[in-house]
Design a protein. Structure first.
Length: 451
């Protein structure tokens, strides 16, 4: 018997059906259904024998899904109905009891929460793996000088280890964001029914324990309408992908002939269809390009949920494709980043040559004048005049004569040349978090402790 007197239009059926993508929830749905059947029996809603029949059928369904042998049928609207149909085929009439005291609304919300929790754990692990790889790269290049940049212009010298560790801390924060997503998805929606609760004396805490949830959602309306944990995952994924994008962008720049700072291994590069000499850092480029894809999924789901009235609406079916693609994309990017970083090669010669640019010492010269009593803003102007004089004459700073320096400021003397000569302008950054070797070593210890 059906409420409807007409069959669904084919176009509506294509629009409405979600099996083409929500099949990925199958393993979670089987696990959830086993726990639900156990609870129904514990509460005396079904018999122990009926529970066992349902468990046997669900075990068979789980194997079929894992082996790719699940017999989907033409009328399956989604994975949840497909599994219930198959359970009924295997267990007979008792299969119809599996849906007692639950709705697809709380069932779907629970499956999605389980998916988010599992993939948040995976992203957490992969983020930490990339961070550990970055620590190893930093340790291997501890005292390699390079120019630091602002506006993509040489700014101040740093050690390569210091620069690499900046990305390590980004990935540590990403790991912590995914840990927060795990917590956000750790309340069980099941037991809310369609929206108002159910008419049976169920034990939601029993199911929560069976499925490893820390608690149950307190409000049945919130339980079926909440997708905050999906937004939280997508937000964490978008931020993490942005970090990988920035890392990829720098590797693309640094591996160009114009920089020559590094070279990705052949395993993470590809050639040209027409230019035999080319070696393109395509893995790094794709890290750069995948970020807006994931951010787009976050924005799209905000659009789906924006202004949506309580409780469940079919609009919410649109959470899954955004979530699934974001999880797949991010996990692949994190695995690629770890592999590419583990095999990247840096050119100490080219990095050092770029870091030897005396213009990078301009701030240190200004600080020299500050130590001699000149206010920093005035010192800034004096050094700007020194730089202008060198540029106008196409000279290095150390090639300026004492007379030329005296014309700019009488405070500039022999110590000016000593500062440029001994390279102290790199080791002078002794503040906490700075680039001096002592501080970088401290930072490495903190990074290892954080990981």
């Amino acid at each position: 018997m059906s409420r409807f007197s007409e069959p669904q239009d084919a176009a509506f059926r294509a629009l409405n059906d979600s099996l083409s993508f929500d099949w990925r929830l199958g393993p979670y749905d089987v696990e959830q259904s086993r726990a639900h059947a156990s609870m129904l029996a514990a509460q005396g809603i079904i018999s122990a024998g009926e529970r066992d029949e349902l468990h046997r059928a669900l075990e068979k369904v789980g194997r079929e899904l894992a082996d790719g042998e699940f017999p989907y049928a033409a009328g399956d609207e989604d994975i949840h109905m497909a599994i219930e149909r198959r359970v009924t085929e295997l267990a007979g009439r008792v299969g119809g009891k599996l849906h007692t005291a639950r709705s697809r609304n709380d069932q779907v919300a629970t499956d999605v929460a389980m998916f988010v929790r599992a993939h948040a754990y995976r992203a957490l692990e992969l983020s930490e793996r990339v961070a550990r790889t970055l620590v190893e790269v930093a340790e291997a290049h501890l005292d390699w000088p390079m120019p630091g940049y602002t506006h993509l212009q040489r700014a101040q010298p740093v050690y390569l280890s210091h620069h690499i560790l900046a990305y390590c801390w980004m990935l540590v924060r990403d790991r912590d964001r995914f840990a927060a997503v795990v917590a956000a998805s750790d309340a069980l929606p099941l037991g809310a029914g369609a929206l108002a609760g159910v008419n049976f004396d169920t034990d939601r805490s029993f199911v929560a324990r069976e499925l490893g949830f820390a608690s149950v959602v307190e409000n049945s309306i919130d339980a079926v309408s909440n997708r905050d944990f999906v937004l939280d995952y997508l937000a964490a994924a978008a931020t993490c992908a942005t970090h990988l994008s920035r890392l990829g962008a720098e590797i693309v720049l640094w591996s160009s002939e114009e920089f020559g700072f590094c070279e990705v291994s052949d395993a993470w590069a590809s050639g040209s269809s027409i230019m035999p000499q080319k070696k393109n850092p395509d893995a790094a480029e794709l890290l750069r390009a995948k970020s807006p894809r994931i951010a787009g999924h976050l924005l799209a789901l905000h659009g789906v949920l924006h202004g949506l009235p309580l409780t469940y609406n079919k609009d919410m079916q649109e959470d899954k494709e955004h979530l699934f693609d974001a999880a797949d994309t991010l996990e692949l990017c994190l695995e690629a980043a770890a592999g590419m970083l583990a095999s990247i090669r840096f050119s100490r010669e080219n990095l050092s040559a770029a870091a030897a640019d005396e213009m990078l010492a301009a701030t240190d010269v200004a600080d020299l004048l500050v130590r001699r009593g000149l206010p920093f803003r005035e010192a800034h102007g004096v050094v700007a005049g020194v730089v202008r004089s060198a540029i106008d004459q196409d000279k290095a700073l150390s090639d300026l004569t004492r007379e030329e320096l005296a014309q700019v400021s009488p405070l500039l003397d022999e110590e000016f040349y000593a500062l440029l000569r001994d390279g102290a302008w790199l080791e002078s950054k002794r503040s906490q978090g700075g680039t001096s070797l002592a501080r970088v070593r401290e930072q490495l210890e903190r990074a290892r402790a954080a990981l």
